[in-house]
Design a protein around this ligand. Sequence first.
Ligand code: PMV
Length: 343
Amino acid sequence: MNIRKATAEAPSNLAFVKYWGKRDPKLNIPLNNSISVNLSNATTTTTVEFDDNLERDEIIVDSNSQPGASFSKRVIGHLDRVRDMAGVYSKARVTTVNNFPMGIGIASSASGFAALTVAATAALKIDLSQQEMSSLARLGSGSACRSIPDGFVEWVGGHDHQSSHAVEIAPPSHWDIAIVSIIVNKAEKKLSSSDGQALAAQNPYMEVRQRLLPKRLEIVRSSILQRAFDDFGKEVELDAVSFHAIAMTSPFMADGAWHSGAYYWAPETIEIIHAVQEWRAGGVGVYFTIDAGATVHLICPGSDLNRVSSLAADLQSAKADRRWQLITNRPAQGARVIAVGEA
Ligand code: PMV
């Protein structure tokens, strides 16, 4: 009997400059670089155990041994990549636990595929550089490559498998910022982010977005390094709106009907945007970003976390029927092995 087993923990990440649009959809090579931070309070822990006695791969997510077919297919496809690298063809038992709910606007695919990549390669003793690990995680889910390095991270878009990987801009301790995510609902989106990504390249406004991005990336990168909060926040907020402008002007079919674009925002998302503008006018340093969903992520200096959390809580209690969920995160380290076992 030959059992090879390892456990890894990986954070999800939040993009400050968004990845939206692929140059190569098969390899998840993006149209542009993106910048993100790892999230301290949204992690996935995955154990991968290759076992010659197994007849097929077993995948257990948050105690559910029957995760959806398309998810299982993606996980098995990723295990196959790792098996090919090692020349090992035993089946595996994959046990994954997320410490945050799925479908709330914090990507469990980023943390999940980062943890899977690190655990599976450690179990088979494949020695990879951080860059190679990041490229490999990217094949599982694009944004997973950003969960490999520590802290503040840039995904260098690149032009092929080797050149498309994430690098650390600064460690988590470099800058004390906080993120308060307001989950306003858990409604399923009409356009999945992978379908939205596929439409982006042909969007006529994409050309303008791409033209503006090199300067934006430069500002976000340098304002992180200089801890220049307002310069940073303005660019981050502008980028979120620019990405949504692309989504809102990308026509698609859903439920048998034509849609002129994807409105990921809920009415409450707009209310929060207005509130952020008012809070700023009142002297509070807070900016927002929004991914492909209704959840609003408020970004503030760590020292203002209590103030921003209580403003968010007050806004929630302004209407009795609101069932929001607030999650707080700080910059965190990247994916790592937490246990290696052999029997
Ligand atoms: O990794 P995907 O295909 O789920 O796309 C992520 C897209 C955004 O969250 C909207 C932006 C980003 O860079 O994370």
